[in-house]
Ligand binder design. Structure first.
Ligand code: KG4
Ligand code: ZN
Length: 360
């Protein structure tokens, strides 16, 4: 089965083609094209939803064409590639969660292609897509169930128990900011380029560990919830010359490069510490065979290394799966993969975007 995936939930425009044979095997990546409007958002320090959607309207057709051309092989002349030659069986599209204007670009495109090509549509939850990025890789074994999945992105931080494909139990999530959102907001406080996650990771490499002691919110609570907004406040305090609110004014310090690096190290450690401790606790409680990481924050090398190191240190038999970095951030390959393992067609008339979609 060959599936064309379309992803436009946030600021990326993605199209990809995968092929799969059996639910007990990984899927093969045939082509994967992502266009990001990041450079525009880095000027504004964050995503402006309308700008993101307008860019996606511009890029969706060229991105789709590139993905189809890439799949049809470089030998074909530019104007000779044909959709029919690719034998696409179905179209998978992200229906939520995400920004409504952005989601609509993908959903309406999928609807049109479904009608024209007479192919079914499979609606995909973006968060499930992040988990299914782990079912694409060529290098590691196929994940075994039960599994714990940690989805850490710009909008979400969730721990879920996966008993099998389509059998998901949500264990907990963030009560306020998502991990990626915390990175982005703190990056902004430190005057680092948007998005904050990769910028903080880079700055942290030169930081002195433990110069700042930041809280590890909810680390000892028995639930699987997270809270990262307090961390942002703690960093904010370090950027002020006097405690916020006192004497009715706040002065922002000029932070040295070294202080920014030190703050980055400490805040990255605090976020990772909570994520790792809670993920391992869930893995032990449910005696899982695999841990699956997913979402933009999963591209963080320190998080990947720390989780691996602690699992080895505790001699856990559970296997860790982490997608290649380009499949951690938003892409359409993961959407097509999620559709393959959770195949549920809907007629084009019935497909709708749902910005509030969640795991439950
Ligand atoms: O999954 P994603 O591409 O989009 C959403 O679904 O939200 O995740 C984007 C988030 C941003 O908050 C970004 O700062 C974060 O992932 N991110 C990282 C890294 N790369 C991206 N966070 C920490 N370290 C990174 N290397
Ligand atoms: Zn995402």
């Amino acid at each position: 089965m060959v599936i064309l995936g379309i992803e436009t939930s946030c600021d990326e425009t993605g199209a990809a083609i995968i092929s799969g044979k059996s639910k007990n095997q990984k899927v093969k990546l045939i082509s994967n094209v992502v266009s990001s409007s990041l450079s525009i958002h880095s000027k504004t320090g964050g995503i402006i939803p309308e700008t993101a959607a307008r860019e996606q309207v511009k890029y969706i057709i060229p991105v789709l064409e590139s993905a189809l051309k890439e799949a049809s092989g470089s030998k074909m002349a530019n104007d000779k590639w044909k959709m029919e030659n690719l034998a696409i069986d179905a179209i998978a599209v992200t229906v939520g969660p995400g920004l409504i204007g952005s989601l609509l670009v993908g959903v309406e495109t999928a609807r049109t292609l479904s009608y024209i090509w007479n192919k079914p549509i499979i609606p995909v939850n973006h968060l499930m897509g992040h988990i299914y990025a782990n079912f694409i890789r060529e290098i590691s074994n196929y994940p075994r169930f039960p599994a714990i999945a940690l989805v850490v992105s710009g909008g979400h931080t969730d721990l879920v128990l996966m008993k099998n494909h389509g059998r998901i139990k949500w264990l907990g999530g963030t009560r306020d900011d998502a991990a990626g959102e915390a990175f982005d907001k703190i990056g902004r406080l430190l005057n680092l380029p948007y998005p904050g996650g990769p910028s903080i990771e880079k700055a942290a490499r030169k930081g002195i560990p433990k110069r700042f002691k930041f809280p590890r919110p909810l680390i000892d609570s028995p639930d699987f919830d997270f809270s990262f907004s307090g961390l942002k406040t703690a960093v904010y305090r370090e950027t002020l010359t006097s405690p916020a609110g006192r004497q009715g004014y706040k002065d922002i310090k000029i932070l040295s490069k070294q202080t920014i690096a030190d703050l980055s190290t400490s805040v990255q450690e605090a976020i990772i510490d909570v994520l790792v401790v809670k993920t391992l606790r869930a893995a032990k409680k449910y005696k899982v065979k695999s841990i699956l990481l997913g979402g933009g924050v999963a591209a963080n090398q320190k998080l990947r290394d720390e989780l691996k190191w602690r699992m080895e240190n505790e001699k856990m038999e559970t296997k860790l799966f982490v997608p290649t970095k380009s499949l951690c951030t938003d892409n359409a390959a993961m959407i097509a993969a999620a559709a393959f393992y959770n195949y549920k067609e809907v007629p084009w008339q019935k497909i709708t975007a749902n910005p509030e979609l969640y795991f439950y």
